[in-house]
Design a protein around this ligand. Sequence first.
Ligand code: AMP
Ligand code: MN
Ligand code: MN
Ligand code: MN
Length: 333
Amino acid sequence: MFNTPILNSPHGVMLMPLLPNALASVLPTAFDADQRYSVDLHMHSTASDGALSPTDLVTLCAGRGLTHMALTDHDTMEGVEEASRAAQQAGLCLVPGCELSTRWQGINIHVVALMPGGLQGPMIEGLEQQREARIKRAEVIAERLEKMGLPNALEKARAQAGGDRPLGRPDFARALVAEGVVADWAGAFKRYLGSGKKGDVKAHWPEISEAVGWVVASGGVAVLAHPLRYGLTRRKRGLLMDTFMEAGGQGVELVSGQQNPDATRDLARQLVERELYASLGSDFHFPGSHAAPGSMSPVPRTAAPPIWQHPRLAHLRDAPSGMLGAKPLNQLS
Ligand code: AMP
Ligand code: MN
Ligand code: MN
Ligand code: MN
């Protein structure tokens, strides 16, 4: 169903910084101790609302000793090709991906799509749909902010974004700060853009089941992103996981950035009950934040299998270096 992954290239092997047996030790078959892993499967670049270019992000990850990373920009895989080149140079293993904006029971839920075969299948059309949704949504957010005291909101957010990528709420947050409407970024979300506020427009996103369907039908692995950050009760979080699984979702971020260890252990039980795979990621956006690449809270001992044990990602474990999924250097346009 998906392309044979490129496990290494002449460039990647030449520059490989770690021995294969060192990699094997960071990718075990189970999470069997409170240990840290040189793996980060959730990060953003300038292809969405991250501060670093894909190349600079990969360089930072390599410098921090990561062996495996996924680039997961919001609703786009535009940064993956550049990141793949950089990963080959740096000799680390890049998993192509993105973070899909979806809806479930009126809540904006994020799904990390790990796409070992790159952008293919129904995801191509799905991401085109997300792009159009994001453009239309930005117009609605702008109209609402204009009514609330930010004239020419769309132009101002566009200026903050730089380039021509579809806008996100962080671009509007920066515009609100730049215009002095709010004192800081946190205030922009608290008053205008955060969950339940006027600028939190979600009507354009697909139902979670539809988005998960794109991922699975395209050879990818769908991972429920940061499940502790939606303000859900344990019971409701379980219902979300059930819906996600029924749609074909396979993994859940057991650790996202910094988490309370008790909350993580409790979440692990919900994964084990459902036989879901466990993923982990920093959700890194910019240097200086507390969530540097690879700086997640430790994973507790749990029977939930690591996401790299999923049959569609199992080749990650033995990948000595280089990129996964994308085309070799000499085939990149
Ligand atoms: P969007 O993809 O346009 O819906 O924007 C979502 C992004 O906005 C998230 O990925 C975060 O980077 C940022 N964000 C969302 N909520 C908050 C918040 N309460 N405080 C700070 N940043 C937030
Ligand atoms: Mn973001
Ligand atoms: Mn998210
Ligand atoms: Mn994210």
